[in-house]
Ligand binder design. Sequence first.
Ligand SMILES: Cc1cc2nc3c(=O)[nH]c(=O)nc-3n(C[C@H](O)[C@H](O)[C@H](O)COP(=O)(O)O)c2cc1C
Length: 218
Amino acid sequence: MNPHQYSAEEIKAIYRVIRERRDMRHFHPQPLADGQLARFIAAAHQAPSVGFMQPWRFIRISDSALRQQIHSHVDAERMLTAEAVGERSDEFMQLKLEGILSCAEVLVVALVDQRESYVLGRRTMPEMDLASAACAIQNMWLAARAEGIGLGWVSLFEPSALRQLCKMPADSQPIAILCIGHVDEFYPAPMLETTGWDTRRANIVYENCWGSDGGVKA
Ligand SMILES: Cc1cc2nc3c(=O)[nH]c(=O)nc-3n(C[C@H](O)[C@H](O)[C@H](O)COP(=O)(O)O)c2cc1C
């Protein structure tokens, strides 16, 4: 018996929340309970980060006019993406890809400004700041799911436009619009799977060298 391991029930709960976390796009606007958003943000802030950089910043969008503007921008970007996906454009337009107007809370997540001063672990791979912030969002995602709250990560936006809308420094980098809130039910599988957009890959592990079936699907 490993003395450091959690109880069997706790281990089960961890795997359960990992399995049942979903990217959510359907919400109802009932507010979160007192302290819930703060807990989710605290969970995010416990994430690992390159050089302990903690590059994440969260902007809570409480102004409804600003929320509306963000939604309009995302919708415009959705149209541009539809053109970019080419022959699957009609199928793409059927997908619901955000719940900005119906969720209880909207957070913009951004990488902090002046990131070039952080070198530890980033000299050859500056994008490790983004990897760190993604860990923070995943923490929040799991904490929210465990509390029965849905979260959707929206990346359909032009960073410079979002930067402008939220009055962010020029060298900061918005990476996510998070929609957070109550849901009627969690999708049993990724929505992009249920709608036939894509499937979960079966083989993701190679041994010793790169395998032959790892290419991005056209
Ligand atoms: C970096 C990142 C960006 C994403 N951007 C969007 C998005 O703009 N709109 C959307 O509907 N889903 C977005 N998603 C959610 C993915 O579509 C979703 O994670 C994937 O389909 C698997 O579904 P699941 O999260 O429910 O397991 C994003 C996820 C990640 C990790």
